[in-house]
Design a protein around this ligand. Sequence first.
Ligand code: ADP
Length: 482
Amino acid sequence: MELSNPALLKSGSLVNGEWLTNDHQFVVENPANGNIVASINEVSHEQVESGIEGASQALAHWQSLNVDERSAILMKWHRLILAAQNDLALIMVAEQGKPMTEAMGEVVYGAKYIQWYAEEARRINGDLMPVNQSGKRGLVLRRPVGVVSAITPWNFPSAMILRKASAALAAGCSFIVKPSELTPLSALALAQLSLDAGIPAGVFNVVVGTNAQAIGELLTTHPAIAKFSFTGSTPVGKKLLQQCASTVKKTSMELGGNAPYIAFEDCDLDVAIKGAMGSKFRNSGQTCVCANRLFVHRSIYSEFVSRLEKKVTELRVGDGHQAEVNIGPLIEQKAIDKVTELVDQAVGLGAKVICGGKQIDGPGNFYQPTIITGVTPDMDIFKTEIFGPVASIIPFDSEDEVIRLANQTEYGLCSYAFTEDMRRVWRLSEKLQFGMVGINEGVLSNPAAPFGGVKESGMGREGGRWGIDDYLETRYVCIGDV
Ligand code: ADP
């Protein structure tokens, strides 16, 4: 890989400001061609423990800095990440596969959280309140929770780390993250830039290894850790949540989704199609907020399907490094197998393939951008997060019916609706049981907004003033004898 700063390509964990090595290594593969991108040192149990202890020792100094000092260091990290945008995107495309334009966008998106929280650090205000006893005064402080551990997925190898770390560090916490073993290089590059920015040793640690279960156990049970933050699948999240119970850790869980997308009869079809393309096919459909079930009013159904088909057949599939490509590979063959099974089962039960519907032959994990119609609630594709470039379309007749169908899932992360009726917008905003509702918009997330889900999609919020609360505890101080 030709980087303008080759020092960003690392081969082992960063713990207490030191780059670690190990006799055991694992390889990172490029999902677009199966080539080996890098060989990485596995982190050992002892090294993770030492990272947690170091993060604990680093707290005192980090918290002793005043808010201007902490904010200035974070802003330097932000600037360095933006300056390295191209290198970071090249690394991301090589290990994750997404198109270069999306990778460039993710780097900026993640960096913006650092800027936002570097500013928000100035507004961690407390409260004073009158108490109902003479001679006493009450105040409330908001204090950093302490050491934060995190586990992040491969679909946004940079932004999922920065969304958590920026809020944690701004709050005065130290941080230790295990990125996905499929995409460790982006995380390690961010770690190098954290050192360059002057983030003190032990405040930002990255541990990389393939033994997710063992590392995860340490990060969810070690008594020095106060809080655990996870982004990943619901089954793994549930298990980690249970592990956190043993030491009563504060937790944030960004888990799976099964987003409904609803195009009403009164929608602006151009806006609706743009929203469907953005929310469904970004990152080849591998995001937890991807539209998973596209409900389209029966009166516009055939026009919607033919317009969507035109757009989908224009998509260029290939290696994300190529300029014209806008759909990359899926992360691994396992992901293709899952998509194949969901599509084949739906077709077996009566769904119809409008375009695509197959794995693409040759090297790399490519699946054709696909539309299937006639999907019904009894099919697995209706109930399961697809995580692939498959738009599954369901007709509906009335608002009440579609709200009921949309809510017919144990997930509650994101939902989308397209309509020009403002009264309907208000009803949908209240009745859709999801943490986020996009109205005439397919891409919602930004640093000022609270990202997160309800039901089995998780708890806690990332972004905005709500996001920093996850890294603060509320402390009541009572002063007597006044
Ligand atoms: P995805 O479907 O996005 O791969 P996962 O939940 O499998 O979601 O993975 C998200 C993150 O969780 C990755 O960093 C992965 O290594 C980690 N992980 C997976 N299984 C476990 C586990 N049993 N314990 C701890 N971490 C895990």
